[in-house]
Every structure is written in C-alpha cells, then in structure tokens.
Design a protein around this ligand. Structure first.
Ligand code: NDP
Ligand SMILES: N[C@@H](CC=O)C(=O)O
Ligand code: NA
Length: 373
C-alpha cells in the first residue's frame, strides 16, 4: 500500500472564478483521497480575499465545505506577498498557490514564490503580460521553465478554460512553425457585440449589454479593463511571447479602446457604467454603417509572428463569416502554422464565466499534482 501524499493548497481570491474553483477543489479533493492506488490529500491551508483571511497557523486543513461562513466571520486582514511566501515556504509538504485575483502586486511576487518551491496556478493575466522582465524572471525561476523552483501554469489567462495555451505550447515544442494567431479573445467583447449587433438585426443598447456582461461575470473586476482593449492586448502579449516574440508590454502595439474620451476621467467603474448610456448613439451609428454594408462589427486581435506585428481592435465581417456567427461569450482562436497549412487549427467555445474559467485553473492544478508525484 503506497503512503498517502499530502499537498497544501492556498487560495487567494473568492470572487466569480474563486468561488467556482473552491467547489471544483472540493470535488477533486474528495476524489483524490479515495484513490486506493495512490491516495492524495489536498489540504486547504489558506484562503484570502483583499479584506479577509482564513489560515491555519499549524497547517491543519481548513474545512472546504464551510469556507464561505468561516471567511465571512474572519476579522483577520490579508497577508502581504512576503508574509504569504514565508508562511507557505514553511509548510511541511509541497504547496500550490492558486491566485484567483487580478492583482498586480501578487503577480509581481510570483518569482519569489517560485524560488521558494511554491507552485502557482492562476487565471490572472498580469504576471505573464506585464514587463518582459517579469515574464523572464517567472520562467527562469519555475521548474517548467529553466529554474529549479515550483511549477507555474496559467491556462485560463487566455480563452478561460479553452485549451489555448497548452495547444500553442505543443505546437511550438513539437517543432511546428506558428505563423499567425487570430480571432476573438474576449468573452466580454464577444458577448457585447453578439448581443448588441446580432446577425439578422435587433439587439439591446450597448450600455445595457455592458451591464449584463458584468452581471454574468464575464468582465474584469473593472469593466473598463475590457472596454479599453487592454484585456485582449494582455492575452495577445501572452500568446505572442509563447510563439517566440519578445513583446515588451501590452501597450507596445496598437490597441483600440472603446472608452469614450469624455469618460476617460471617471473615478470608478460604477461611475463609468452609470454614464456609458450617454454614448449609446455613437455605437448605434457604428451598427447602422455596418448593416448598410451587409456586415457586422466584432472586436478581434491578431499576432503575425513573421512580421512581429500584434494588433487589437474593431473590424467588420460579412454575416457569413465564422466570427459573425459566434454566440454568447464564445472565443474563437485560429492558429495558422506550417503543419496546418491554409486550414488553421481552430479552438472555439465559452471564453469567460466562473465555471469554465475555474475548470482551466483546476485542470492546471491537476497537472501540477502529477508533476509533484
Ligand atoms: N471572470 C472570467 O470569466 C474570467 C476571469 N479571468 C481572471 O480571473 C481572475 C478573477 O476574476 P473574477 O473572479 O471574475 O474577479 P472577481 O472580481 O469576481 O474576484 C476577484 C477576487 O480577488 C480578490 N482580491 C483582489 N485583490 C486581492 C488581493 N490583493 N488579495 C487578496 N484577494 C484579492 C477579491 O477580493 P475582494 O472581493 O475582497 O476585493 C475577489 O475575491 C482575474 O484575474 C480575471 O482576469 C480569466 C478568465 C475568465
Ligand atoms: N474579462 C475577460 C475574462 C477572461 O479573460 C473576458 O471577458 O474575456
Ligand atoms: Na485557456
């Protein structure tokens, strides 16, 4: 009978994605500990939001079924990344940190966690799409880079749970030549244009659809980060880097913003959402122009690897184009490579939402658990 293995899990962020991840973790933990061939005990030792912290000073497992009540009752504030790294590095077995936030300070500390042997799984794009220096520091510290530290996986940082990053990595690692990546990379933008400007006419007002996208959990915590194009620019930065381009930052190439000039000074996302309807007329005009030409408008992006060209913005499409036919929060990502020739490898499906994003995070956790065995 093999010895049971224990892995400690620390989860930061319990919002739309974090909440779904915790449910999936509960399911996974129950299954793994019952595996008679190789039982693994996943112990949740820390759970934190920006204001509250639940943690186990003696590394005993917290109750996965009761996290919500216990976190709500906690009066302890969150730990700084340095204190968090010290606490996790002292755990008596391997640790996986699950970052379900969009926090930049935490992302900046990934090299520190990895060097201490802590593995990371995350849907947070910030670490992989900020400076190229941070990208290099992460992968030179990680065991699945050129370092000796923990493992790092971030499938849900592009296309939510869709297998986008693992596919691109396999194309590259098996010696294919990736020439161009293009498509719809934002669940929010896809939802907005599919519902505001559907093929066949109709659709709600643009500002009402933005509010709906937020309610459905598709947007970033602040929806302006979607509408300014930066979320798509971050995803393309990640894909371009994986395809071999040294993209310096998500602002080092052309990105079209849909934020009206007059609203650039809004103090909060809520103020922005309140005032957005003042600009619905502008979006209606865009819709009318496209309809007159028998087309629809969609928010797309592309990486041309040979030309080292990355761009993000609005484009018009014939109503018969596959991009015009997308539904809901669907992403569509086409990889043009030497091996696939003129018929690209295409990945399509929901590109935002708590459950599908958490699936990518839980899938990454399973990959780390296999490597830690
Ligand atoms: N939603 C989606 O469809 C997708 C999301 N993602 C990514 O997943 C991540 C989470 O998104 P989502 O769940 O929608 O966002 P939410 O805003 O719903 O949740 C964010 C969570 O992170 C917590 N948090 C923020 N800052 C900190 C901090 N400094 N320390 C501890 N906790 C913190 C928040 O706590 P508090 O409430 O106290 O602020 C909250 O619990 C983001 O990086 C997003 O880009 C990726 C793909 C798809
Ligand atoms: N806000 C993002 C969430 C996933 O990355 C999107 O809408 O695609
Ligand atoms: Na993905």
């Amino acid at each position: 009978m093999p010895l049971p293995k224990q892995i400690f899990i620390a989860v930061i962020g319990a919002g739309g994605v974090g909440r779904c991840f915790l449910n999936q973790l509960h399911h996974l933990a129950s299954n793994l500990c019952q595996n008679p061939a190789a039982p693994t005990y996943l112990s949740l030792i820390l759970l934190s939001t920006s204001k509250k912290l639940l943690h186990s000073p003696d590394y005993r497992s917290l109750h996965l079924g009761l996290w919500e009540e216990e976190l709500a009752a906690s009066g302890t504030p969150a730990l700084s990344p340095t204190d968090l790294a010290d606490y996790l590095a002292n755990a008596p077995s391997k640790v996986v940190l699950v970052d379900n936030t969009s926090n930049q300070t935490l992302a900046d500390a990934y090299p520190l966690f990895l060097k201490k042997g802590i593995s990371i799984v995350t849907p947070n794009k910030k670490a992989f799409s900020s400076s190229y220096l941070l990208w290099k520091s992460i992968f030179s510290a990680a065991a699945n880079g050129s370092g000796a530290g923990g493992y790092v996986f971030h499938e849900s940082s592009v296309g939510a749970g869709l297998p986008v990053i693992c596919t691109l990595k396999e194309l590259v690692e098996t010696g294919d030549e990736v020439r161009k990546i293009e498509g719809v990379f934002s669940g929010t933008m896809s939802f907005l244009f599919n519902s505001f400007m559907p093929v066949g006419g109709g659709g709600g007002s643009f500002s009402a659809e933005v509010k709906r996208a937020k309610e459905l959990g598709y947007t970033e915590p602040d929806p302006r980060d979607d509408l300014n194009g930066l979320d798509v620019a971050r995803k393309l930065t990640i894909l371009a880097r994986l395809a071999g381009l040294e993209v310096e930052s998500p602002t080092s190439f052309p990105v079209q913003s849909l934020i009206p000039k007059e609203l650039e000074g809004c103090k909060s996302g809520d103020e922005f959402l309140e005032r957005l309807s003042e600009f619905d007329g502008k979006m209606e005009k865009l819709k009318k122009e496209a309809v007159t030409e028998g087309k629809v408008v969609r928010f797309v992006g592309s990486v041309d690897v040979a030309k080292k060209d990355v761009k993000v913005g609005l484009e018009k499409f014939d109503v018969s184009h596959p991009i015009a036919a997308l539904k809901g929060s669907d992403n569509i990502i086409s990889f043009y490579t030497k091996r696939y020739g003129d018929n690209p490898l295409i990945i399509q499906g929901a590109g935002a939402g708590g459950e599908v994003t958490a699936m990518g995070v839980t899938g990454d956790l399973i990959k780390v658990l296999r490597l830690l065995h």
